[in-house]
Design a protein around this ligand. Structure first.
Ligand code: SAM
Length: 225
């Protein structure tokens, strides 16, 4: 029995209107994720619902839309703090022909649950999640894009560049000025402040979106100094 909040049900339906391939298999993976998390990770269930909202979907679709407009077609994506990676992985694979997404997370529950959502892509070798604090350990490997939609949750990106200086990629960063959550430890006031904090000097895109839940979301795409 699947027990979703109204918001998560609507967000899931909207998501499936954007998924172009393997809808049935993905739907079954998602259904099983909801069932398994309720049984095995009850303490994560509210977070799962928080990650499955219209606002979460909007912010991930925004990335894909802007990359398409910029004609940026990455093959290998490093995802920083990608959480359950529920929306982003298949959107990148379906809409941008991305070949591999590597999520770097500090939370083992997030990794295990992300593998349930993305069962198909894990089995195909297109999705992997590694446990790593990217602010204190090096990210190895070649990636042509680094996506961090969790900037408000961690130290400024300069800490990442120091740990992983060999990564030569375009960066997609999102943050917010919404300070009401205790784990929002690094909010910024604008996309300009996000770019300045992350030392993004070659700015390809900079913008603000007011999400469905009223949150201001900032996004910067570009290359660091
Ligand atoms: C709440 S979630 C993501 C929320 C974000 N607004 C989004 O839409 O994607 C933040 C994630 O960042 C991860 N995280 C925080 N600091 C990290 C770090 N230094 N390295 C890797 N992951 C990190 C957390 O474990 C968590 O899963």
């Amino acid at each position: 029995m699947v027990d979703l909040t109204r918001e998560s049900f609507v967000a899931s339906c909207l998501y499936f209107s954007h998924v172009n391939t393997h809808q049935e298999e993905t739907a079954l993976n998602w259904k099983q994720t909801f069932v398994d998390v309720k049984r095995q990770y009850e303490y994560c269930y509210k977070r799962l619902m928080d990650a499955t909202t219209i606002s979460q979907l909007e912010s991930k679709l925004w990335i894909v839309d802007e990359l398409i407009k910029l004609d940026i077609r990455p093959k290998r994506v490093a995802l920083i703090g990608g959480w359950f990676a529920n929306f982003i992985v298949q959107l990148l694979i379906d809409k941008l022909d991305v070949e591999f997404v590597h999520n770097f997370e500090i939370d083992e529950d997030a990794r295990n649950i992300s593998y349930k959502y993305n069962k198909r892509y894990k089995e195909l070798g297109k999705y992997q999640c590694s446990i790593k604090d990217v602010m204190i350990k090096t990210v190895e490997g070649d990636y042509d894009i680094v996506i961090n939609t969790s900037c408000e949750h961690m130290f400024p990106m300069t800490g990442f560049y120091e740990q992983s200086p060999k990564i030569d990629a375009v960066y997609v960063l999102q943050s917010t000025d919404d300070e009401q959550y205790v784990d929002h430890i690094n909010c910024v006031g604008s996309p300009e402040e996000l770019a300045e904090q992350a030392h993004i000097i070659d700015i390809l895109y900079s913008g603000t979106k007011v999400l469905n839940n009223g949150m201001n979301r900032f996004m910067v795409i570009g290359y660091p100094a």
